[in-house]
Design a protein around this ligand. Structure first.
Ligand code: NAD
Length: 492
């Protein structure tokens, strides 16, 4: 099996422990490579490399325009390697080749956008209220940033952090998920080809506690940007708080997708399906609570189930596969367990509800696309993030009822509204407590559109112009133009 080493200070480095762990192909359920098991020693090396790179003139002294050009070159190189990166992700993550094709072609846009933004972050000259004084602000990088990513969309979620972090002039240590490290390591080769100096970009692989936590707590780390589950997010937040580090968090969701009786039903059915079954439901923005107005409830569910049954499962490497495997074995078991919890709590299973034991699913971790109806919003299946292709259908009466159910969760990442009524299309998004609301569409994201959570779905925003500020700090400079410094004992 291939052995994947870490990337530290421009070198491929074996783990200090000498240990490697298996990474699996979710379609076969078998390991295909060994990944370096990083520890505190490796984390220390990587942070030292990133810290030294901060003062290396090859990085510290180049202009923002030159940094931007480097990022745009990285975008070009990523575009050239899109297909190869996509196939690697399918092998390691089980994502559909069709989805990865789109994702890797779109990914370079983050590098182009933030590359373009690098030399457009301006300070200001302040109209200061003191005589003989010239006061201005400048925006400076934070320093060493630790970027921690989950397994569900490793390259995309890396781009959301890496592009603004480098555009702002920081250096980074990336800790990809222990389940999907291969694509981030492959990406390191592209960063090197783009000409970033040694130590600006480092990758430490391994488990959260062993490899991630020493990065989060390292005194030389200025910022932690984390995407992952709410529990680990809260833990990382506490650890980082001890060192008073800047933190941004992109966490989980339990997003409501609200179907009003005046919507185009055919469109809304497609929106509900893509909301929950795309990426096998393993997305933070999954529209996992489908709120359906009671007056159209039964008719809508008939159409929904009929459409959901057409999903073609199987080998994610085949272009026509529509629902692939679950990425990890623990996640597979967790989803199956939630199906039992839903039944025990009284939900009615309309579709699926268990393992997918179809010949086309090989030996992999497949679950059936699943729809539960009769769900009460208080049930665990409606409150907890399943992170799989499991939809909970909840009926509602009117606008107030819909908004109240939609907001009655600890999360607030995203939501959907399906309506043909202009008043609802404007008013309902204003009443929903989530960082993104889609009206008559679902799942759209863009490098120009801020993305992030309300409530326990996170802190800070990724993408959009302001995202670069999450990786910068403002300095105010006071310059006296007075010819004589006044006597400090005489109050003025
Ligand atoms: P996870 O929290 O288990 O792991 C995420 C990352 O954190 C991994 O790299 C892991 O090794 C690391 N980690 C775990 N414990 C750590 C610790 N103590 N110190 C440092 N690092 C640690 O999440 P996951 O299972 O990989 O991903 C799924 C979760 O991610 C879901 O909850 C999903 O909603 C969320 N997610 C959120 C977004 C978003 O943008 N809001 C996007 C994708 C996924």
């Amino acid at each position: 099996m291939d052995k994947l080493d870490m990337y530290i200070n421009g070198n491929w480095v074996a783990p200090a422990s000498g240990e490697y762990f298996e990474t699996f192909n979710p379609f076969t359920g078998r390991p295909w490579a060994m990944v370096a098991r990083g520890s505190e020693v490796d984390a220390e090396q990587a942070v030292e490399a990133a810290n030294s790179a901060l003062v290396n003139p090859a990085w510290a002294d180049i202009t923002a325009t030159q940094r931007g050009a480097m990022l745009r070159r990285l975008g070009d190189i990523a575009a050239k390697n899109a297909e190869r990166l996509g196939k690697l992700e399918v092998q390691d993550n089980g994502k559909l080749i069709a989805e990865m094709g789109m994702q890797t072609q779109y990914l370079p846009q983050w590098y182009y956008y933030f590359g373009g933004l690098a030399d457009k972050v301006e300070g200001s000259v302040l109209p200061i209220d003191k005589p003989d004084t010239f006061t201005y602000t400048r925006n400076e990088p934070l320093g060493v940033c630790v970027l921690i990513t989950p397994w569900n969309s490793p390259l995309m979620l890396l781009a959301w952090k890496l592009a603004p972090a480098l555009a702002a002039g920081n250096t980074v240590v990336v800790k990809p998920s222990e389940f999907t490290s291969a694509s981030t390591l492959e990406f390191a080769k592209l960063v090197e080809e783009a000409g970033f100096p040694k130590g600006v970009f480092n990758v430490v692989t391994g488990f959260g506690k062993e490899a991630g936590e020493p990065l989060v707590t390292h005194p030389r780390v200025a910022k932690v940007a984390f995407t992952g589950g709410a529990l680990s997010g809260a833990h990382v937040y506490q650890k980082a708080a001890k060192g008073l580090k800047k933190v941004s968090l992109e966490l989980g969701g339990k997003s409501p997708n609200i179907i009003f009786d005046d919507c185009s039903m055919d469109n809304a059915v497609k929106g509900a399906i893509s909301g929950i079954f795309a990426a096998t439901g393993q997305t933070c923005i999954a529209g996992s609570r489908l709120l359906v107005q009671r007056s159209i409830h039964d008719e809508f569910l008939d159409k929904l189930v009929t459409f959901a049954k057409t999903a073609k499962m199987g080998d994610p490497m085949l272009r026509d596969t529509q629902v692939g495997p679950v990425t990890t074995q623990p996640q597979y078991e967790k989803i199956l367990n939630y199906m039992e919890v839903a039944r025990e709590d009284g939900a009615e299973c309309l579709l699926g509800g268990g393992k997918a034991e179809r010949p086309e699913c090989g030996g992999g971790w497949f679950v059936e696309p699943t729809i539960f109806s009769g769900v009460d919003n208080k049930m665990r299946i409606a409150q907890e993030e399943v992170f799989g292709p499991v939809l909970s259908v909840i009926p509602f009466e009117d606008d107030d009822d819909a908004v109240s159910i939609a907001n009655d969760v600890v999360y607030g990442l995203a939501s959907g509204v399906w309506t043909g009524n202009i008043r609802r299309a404007i008013e309902i998004p204003q009443r929903i407590k989530s960082g993104t609301v889609w009206v008559n569409t679902y799942r759209a994201v863009s490098y120009v559109a801020p993305f992030g959570g309300y409530k326990q779905s996170g802190l800070g925003r990724e993408s959009g112009q302001r995202a670069i500020e999450e990786y910068m700090q403002t300095k105010t400079v006071w310059v006296s133009t007075a010819t004589e410094t006044p006597n400090p004992f005489v109050m003025r």
